[in-house]
Design a protein around this ligand. Sequence first.
Ligand code: MN
Length: 228
Amino acid sequence: MEFVFAPPPVTSLAVRGMAARFPVRRVYCVGRNYAAHAIEMGFDPDREPPFFFQKNPDNLVPGGGDVPYPPLTQDLHHEIELVAALGEGGRDIPRDRALDHVFGYAVGIDLTRRDLQGVCKKMGRPWEVGKAFEHSAPCSEIVPAAEIGHPDAGDIHLDVNGARRQEGDLNQLIWKLPEVIEHLSGLFTLAAGDLIFTGTPAGVGPVVAGDTLTGSVAGVGGIAVRIV
Ligand code: MN
């Protein structure tokens, strides 16, 4: 096939124990999926239906590393998250079959221009300027579910310059991953290569240039990012 210019490269993540990489198709994110975080953001966590937003695949920072402080914000926040990576897709996937579609898991940071997101919320506007900007989605290598199973409990935390900022447990997810996949696949046709950032525990806060962020999810791995 001939293109009028070179097509953009496929964004991909390393897979632990494999030479082949995981090609990313879409990046979905779940909003307010830990009660303590919903409360700190000023919302009632009582199982409102899950809601979703997206980042762009080329917003990923594969493996972490340096992240330039983004433009037009004074309030860049960290959100540590368990990321599910789909190896199969479909529509209307029932929760009891949902985990069969998961290839593996990673540790991601949903970086957020909180001030710009706040304006979007107040004005009833979409969230992209707060969420889907360059380098907004650092993500670790993927660990295959074939190796570690499907983590549904265990520590998730993030430190900034060695001080604990966020801490939670995967068992605190309001909407569990099978339910997330069920809802999401009712809204969209999912496919292999889709990532799902599953939400962040309490303790989100601002970072500045020079900060080092280290996060981890028990049984999955860790990620380190330096804001430059
Ligand atoms: Mn998030």
